[in-house]
Design a protein. Structure first.
Length: 110
């Protein structure tokens, strides 16, 4: 009967290890999607932080322009000329269009 007890103890030990293995595999399968979701959220956070930094730079530039529009008459005039196409009275403005990328006609020699 001693060998039967020995076999029974080994089966109990084996059953415990199988149960522990199933629990570990279950936990791994439970947490893998959470880890993937965390990685995706971290990437989204980095993207949003970059977008925030870009928007803050745009805001700083706009604040500088607003302050210049309030205090610098030359900046106001330059802005009116460049963005609004305004000119002083009796002033003529020449605007040149950028060249088009059409091929030049071939010239034949006489």
């Amino acid at each position: 009967m001693g060998w039967l007890n020995n076999v029974w103890l080994r089966l109990q030990s084996l059953g415990f290890f199988i149960f522990a293995g199933v629990v570990v595999v279950g936990l791994v399968l439970l947490y893998v999607p959470l880890v993937q979701q965390q990685r995706a959220l971290q990437q989204e956070l980095r993207r949003l932080e970059q977008e925030l930094a870009r928007q803050e730079a745009v805001e700083r530039q706009h604040r500088i322009e607003i302050e210049a529009l309030k205090t610098d008459r030359e900046f106001v005039e330059r802005t009116a000329r460049d963005k609004l196409n305004l000119a002083r009275p009796n002033e003529t403005i020449f605007r040149f269009e950028p060249p088009t990328n059409t091929p030049a006609p071939k010239q034949t020699s006489p």
